[in-house]
Design a protein around this ligand. Structure first.
Ligand code: THG
Length: 680
């Protein structure tokens, strides 16, 4: 039995090979060589389709592998970067994806095995290279339609699956999803790998490597390094890393940022510098190795090699020094809940309460429902933006309404949100009582989102099946405390269901830090005595969950609490504030709230505070009556105040208003502001 790669990586840094394209160029292959006998009469030009060489010039491919192996590479990458039907369609070769991938793995396998046979102490590995394709799942290709996508997640996944089948049938040891510029593409590849490995009953180690676009240090689709890591960590990859992009020196700060958060091993294969004006690469093997030595000296990497412009000489220089350094020490798992949009949201144990915006919910906002029903998505988007501006750290999106096509509306709205960096910054909470709507949402978000929700309502089978699917997409999950017997409405029922759900999920491998319990915020002061303890039982159940179910989080829909006081926002806000004050003290981590209307506990007028607290903490039998009496004396003008707050930016000077509107794409006041600017 060969030692698994994980064990070797505990001992030493492993070397990846270098660039393939530059090496192929050295052979000066012409159109006829690319075509070979088999594609002699192909209608399209094939020169440049390097993946095809695995079929038509296997000797050249093998020789390149051998040069890298001779230089000291421990892991060679298969010539299959574009061996997927989506990319190969450029050459009309979409029907050959499986065959090419399989042949590419086979050539590399033979070369690697020959070297391993010569020196069994240095086993060589074959990594099946999986590139990003030439399409993008989270950006629009149509400037006039930001929600347009030219491929679906399912199509992308199917294409990747075929490539993965070919690579595994050709006996690749590892899979390397690389040069990721759009994390949603990578998530489709990860889902394909997961599906295929599950079918085969195997667990093939996966390496994931992103690429950064420009000086902003983000992927092309806008994610920071930390957000990228959060979006792919669910796959429990062998390594996460960065490749291509800048030269080795410029990549250093980003590798440091990755190393600060990654709980996996880290790989990197940078370019030999930035391309020069001739499209060539200027970093000599010695320069390249010196920059890479700095990564190793700082203990940042476990696997290192080269990308564009690097040659066997570059790898040989690395091989001379890699043995002088130890691999990065893997940090112990911290069980921190991390979500992401374009930026990460880290919910560390000592974090403050996390606000989730409730307004982008057709069942929770009459305005939002009207906008969606009328198809006014531009205006609906301003609802999301207003919440993020007001401090929402996540946005809850719900399209559950009889008159709305749920999956379609969810997809469309989330795609639009993705096109607005100011909104897409934060993670999404995908809210629906319909599974197909949740899944539609999961297929369009590149970040790490939260599904809202699953429960034991339909039994353990459905619950675990959905949890597994959520893992496949890499999301966290809100678990409502609901079971076959109904909603858990008492303290005893809440902790019983929470304990059972936690045990089932964690035994199935669901990470505890990705479970967000919702102990049901139910309306109090309704006039029904059985409802009196609802808030208190939520708070006490929260305390129990945080004490007994390690790393799990607690959330709730706060505005539900005050449904009996609809129309009286002063009382409603006071109730939410009091409830949160006590629930947060008991350990509540996050809540679905109206971030534009959050009152500060200490600002609540004392007489109101006392009455609200009596209700929330169930302190006296007549608490509800007393609050209702009091509420009738209060004026209900806070709704207007709320609207005023939303539009506060309108009171700023004209240049600031224009800047605000331009940056956020707010079109409401274009005419007035433009006219005013014109007059001035
Ligand atoms: N748990 C989880 N998810 C949830 C809930 C929960 N999602 C939906 C809901 N409950 C939380 N969201 C809202 C959103 C709005 C309101 C209440 C809860 C609300 N809306 C005003 C009303 O109905 O009076 C609408 C006013 C308007 O039209 O603007 O109160 O508990 N996991």
């Amino acid at each position: 039995m060969r030692k698994p790669i994980e064990e070797i990586l505990d001992e030493r840094i492993l070397l990846l090979d270098g660039g393939f394209g530059t090496m192929v160029q050295g052979y000066g292959l012409d159109e006829a060589a690319y075509r070979g006998e088999r594609f002699r009469d192909w209608e399209r030009q094939l020169r440049g389709c390097n993946d095809l060489l695995a079929l038509t010039c296997p000797d050249v491919v093998r020789e390149i592998h051998e040069k890298y192996l001779a230089a000291g590479a421990d892991i060679i990458e298969t010539d299959s970067f574009n061996a997927n039907a989506v990319s190969l369609a450029d050459y009309g070769l979409e029907g050959c994806a499986y065959e090419i991938a399989r042949a590419a793995a086979g050539v590399a396998r033979a070369a690697a095995d020959a070297f391993t046979a010569r020196n069994p102490l240095k086993p060589r590995f074959v990594a099946g290279s999986i590139g990003p394709t030439n399409r993008t799942l989270s950006m629009s290709a149509d400037v006039n339609d930001p929600a347009a996508r030219d491929i679906t997640f399912a199509e992308m996944c199917a294409a990747y699956r075929e490539q993965v089948r070919g690579l595994l049938d050709g006996s690749a040891d590892l899979l390397l999803i690389e040069t990721v510029f759009d994390t949603l593409n990578a998530k489709a590849a990860l889902a394909a790998v997961d599906d295929e490995c599950r079918t085969r009953g195997i667990r093939t180690p996966v390496m994931i490597s992103g690429t950064l676009s420009d000086a902003s240090g983000r992927t092309l689709s806008g994610q920071t390094v930390e957000a990228f890591y959060a979006s792919v960590a669910h796959a429990r990859p062998l390594s996460v890393g960065l490749n291509c992009a800048y030269g080795a020196k410029q990549l250093l700060p980003y590798l440091e940022r990755l190393a600060a958060v990654a709980e996996t091993r880290i790989s990197t294969h940078p370019n030999a510098g930035l391309p020069n004006i001739m499209g060539g690469y200027d970093e000599t093997p010695a320069m390249f190795a010196a920059d890479c030595a700095e990564y190793m000296r700082r203990g940042l990497v476990d696997i290192i090699g080269g990308c564009c412009g690097t040659t066997p000489e570059h790898i040989f220089e690395l091989a001379k020094i890699a043995g002088d350094y130890a691999p990065r020490r893997l940090p112990a798992p911290r069980h921190i809940t991390v979500l992401s949009g374009l930026e990460p949201l880290r919910i560390v144990p000592e974090a403050n309460f996390v606000n989730i915006g409730e307004r982008t919910n057709v069942a929770g906002s009459a305005k939002f429902a009207r906008l969606i029903r009328e198809g006014d998505y531009d205006e609906a988007l301003t609802v999301a933006r207003a919440q993020v501006d007001a401090g929402a750290q996540l946005v809850d999106v719900c399209m559950d309404d009889g008159l709305i096509n749920g999956p379609q509306a969810m997809r469309h709205f989330l795609n639009l949100m993705a096109s607005e960096p100011e909104i897409a910054r934060v993670p999404v909470m995908i809210d629906s009582s319909k599974w197909e709507v949740l899944e539609a949402g999961l297929q369009v978000v590149q970040g790490k989102s939260v599904v809202n929700s699953i429960s034991l309502k339909e039994g353990e089978g459905t619950f675990l099946e959905r949890a597994a699917t959520i893992r496949r997409y890499g999301a966290a999950a809100v678990v409502m405390l609901f079971d076959e017997r109904g909603q858990a409405d008492t303290y005893a029922r809440k902790i019983e269901v929470a304990e059972r759900a936690y045990r089932l999920l964690t035994e199935a491998g669901f990470p505890p830090e990705e479970i967000v319990f919702d102990p049901n915020v139910l309306a109090v002061a309704t006039g029904i005595e059985a409802h009196d303890r609802y808030a208190l039982d939520f708070i006490e159940a929260t305390r129990w969950i945080k004490e007994h179910l390690p790393h799990a989080k607690v959330s709730g829909g706060v505005s539900n609490l005050s449904f009996a006081f609809r129309g009286n926002n002063v009382v409603r806000e006071a109730m939410h504030s009091v409830f949160l004050y006590h629930a947060i003290a008991a350990g509540m981590d996050m809540g679905i709230v109206n971030p534009q209307l959050l009152q500060v506990y200490s600002d609540i007028e004392p007489a109101l505070l006392e009455r609200v607290e009596d209700v929330v903490l169930c302190r006296r039998a007549d608490a509800a009556e007393r609050l209702i009496d009091y509420a009738q004396h209060l004026r209900t003008d806070t709704a207007a105040e709320g609207a005023a707050h939303e539009e506060a930016w309108r009171t700023r000077p004209l240049p600031e208003r224009i800047e605000y509107a331009l940056l956020r794409g707010v079109t409401d006041h274009i005419e007035t502001d433009t006219l005013e600017a014109y007059r001035e």
